[in-house]
Each structure stands twice: as C-alpha cells, then as structure tokens.
Design a protein around this ligand. Sequence first.
Ligand SMILES: [Ca+2]
Length: 422
Amino acid sequence: VLLLPLYDLSIRSVEDKTLSLSIPATISIIRGSKCHVVLNRVPEPCKEDNFQCENGECIPLENLCDSHPHCEDASDEAHCVRLFNGTKNNNGLVQFRIQNLWHVACAENWTTQISNEVCQLLGLGTGNSSEPISSTGGGPFVKLNTAPNGSLILTPSQQCSQDLLILLQCNHKSCGQKLVAQEVSPKIVGGTNAKEGAWPWLVALYYNSQLICGASLVSSDWLVSAAHCVYGRNLELSKWTAILGLYKTSNLTSPQVVTRLIDQIVINPHYNRRRKDNDIAMMHLELKVNYTDYIQPICLPEENQVFPPGKSCSIAGWGTVEYQGPTADILQEADVPLLSNEKCQQQMPEYNITENMICAGYEEGGIDTCQGDSGGPLMCQEDNRWFLVGVTSFGYQCALPNRPGVYARVPRFTEWIQSFLH
Ligand SMILES: [Ca+2]
C-alpha cells in the first residue's frame, strides 16, 4: 500500500495502460503485479510577474539576479551570466542578467581579473583572452568593476564608451552544460519524462537496429559506456549505431538527431565479467559530431573529485519499464541519492562492491523507476556543470526497495578515459 499525499499519481501497468488518480489517495497493488509508478509533485504555477525557483517557490521577478539569494535553493542567482553569439561554447560577448533583462558588458575598464572571474562563474576555468569589439546591437549595457574583495560590481548603463563591447574567450572547453532552456520543473520522486535537450550528452546505442544501451558523449568523437554492453559484440563494429541528440526513440528523423557509426571499441582491460568489476568501455565515433544545443559533452570528474553519499544526482535513459520489457519512447529521468559503498555492500550482499563501483538509489521505500539503460550516465551537478560520476552497470529489476543501482565509478577511470581524448 502506498500512501501518497500531495502527489499527482499515475500508474502504468505493463500493458501500458495509464490510470490517473486524484490525491490524496490510498492505492493497493496486488503483490506480484508489475507496475511503473510515476509521481509528479505539481507546484502551484507562479503569477506572471514572478519567477519560479527550481524548488517550485515563487519570487518577484525583480529579485532575479540581484546578487541576493531569494529562493531557498538560490536558483534565482544561478544563471546570471552567459557568453553570447560566440563561435565556440567557451567564447562570446559577455552578458549579465540583472533582474529579468540581459545586459551586454562594456569593454571599458575591463581587466584580466574580470575575465578570470567571469570564466570562473561560467565554470570555464580562467580567461584566455578578451578583446574589445564595436557594438552593433542595442542595449541595455553593463559596466564592470571589481570590489576590493574581488567580487564583481555591475553598473547598468544606456551606452558603452565608444560603443565597445567585450569579446571573451575562456580556457576550458565547455562541458556538462544544458543549453536548451529547461522549464522549471518541480523536484520529482520517481521518474518522469525529461525535457528535450535536458541531457545533451546522452547517447542511445543501437545494435542490429535494437536500442540496447546508453552511453555518454565525452568529446566530439568518444563515448563512454559499460563493458557488459559491448562485451561479445565488440568485434562486429558495423552492427553498432550511436544516436545523438535523441529525445523520442519513435522520432529518429528529428532535425536534432545525429547518427554515427562506431569504428573502435575498447573494453577496460581490467573488466571482470563475473564480478562486474571495471564495467566500462570506450567507443569511437567514425566521424566527429558538431556540438549543438542538443549535443554536448559531459564533464569528466577529476580523479580525486569527491561525490559524497547523500548527494542527489540524476540518471536518464530510455531504459526498460520492466525487466527485459520494451524501451521507453520519451527519454526518462530520475533523481537518485548517492550511497556509501558500505551501505551498498550491505544491501547487495551477493556482490562484492569494489572501490571501482559507486551506488545510488533510495534506501527505503524507494520507488525505483527502472530508468537508466546500462551504459548510461549517473550524473551529478557541481558548480553549474554536470559530471559523469557513474556508468550504469547492474542492479535489480524494478521497484525493489533497498536495492540500489550499481555504477562503474568514473573518477577511478578518468585517467584511462582521458588517454583516448588527446
Ligand atoms: Ca535574488
């Protein structure tokens, strides 16, 4: 019996019939029946002149990007600077959002320190170069200075001196950034349809025209997936297809979709099939892909980067709704908390949970939605960027409590992955 106040609930049986209920309600499910439970907590929509925080709160628009956190999760101050109209995703005109309006940065008084500060805010390392360029468009504009403590002071302005704007180039290549504006969605328990463009590094792997696994794009020509996805299939390269920019598997001809053949597969040399240890593989695209709003690489974590137990991360994929059942049409996503390896070992006594594995899932009363194709990513956000923390390796079938998903722990393989990228 599930007691679910405050949630909109739909239950999809394996026959794919959806039953919607108004809540609060108590639902009994016959033991042994297979259901896919989707819980959507629907926040009240905000009034028109309000901004909706990522946690659903409403705040007045004038509190957006005013340097003071108003949302409990500070999401009102999260995306207040961007690079605009660049040729790559780590350069462009600097724009600051002040309240609800984007302001273009003027070139006057610009310093290296400001470049570094802006690149850092964008999660792009330090500034590489900045040059003044003549403005063609209209305002509003903003002049920048640094306070003695190093923070930026923004002064909105009607015009830039000599109409000069700043074109900034940051050092890091961009990664782990969602480029398609995501509608504000409430925190979700269980899983739900993702928005198009929500996970632009997610790749669908087809073998013999069957979607069998997920993968993650880590550069313009390399994917990371699970070794068990490719094991025994790594010699028949021509049977593989990687589909990038995919949202609905029923719409492979969408203009956002790019298809690539695979010309190399490398299984991690330490992969142990029986113990499911080091379950990670690299796949090379025959042709590089161009990055678009729908195709972007995910960031690789540093080898020593820590993702602590309890941290909420995300999984996404077209994974089966039930064990060996059909794949989902629309990309599915869910939030899952990371688990310590100790806890995970307790809950998975049949396996040896090694330091090359990381677990995620709800400890108790968890509603597992069976998302996450094998090979697909376990993703965590840090400093506004998404990192590939795990590769979906194994777990139990749907909806079993105390059964976390087990993932290959990517920071253990960062050096190995990077050895392919240069
Ligand atoms: Ca604010």
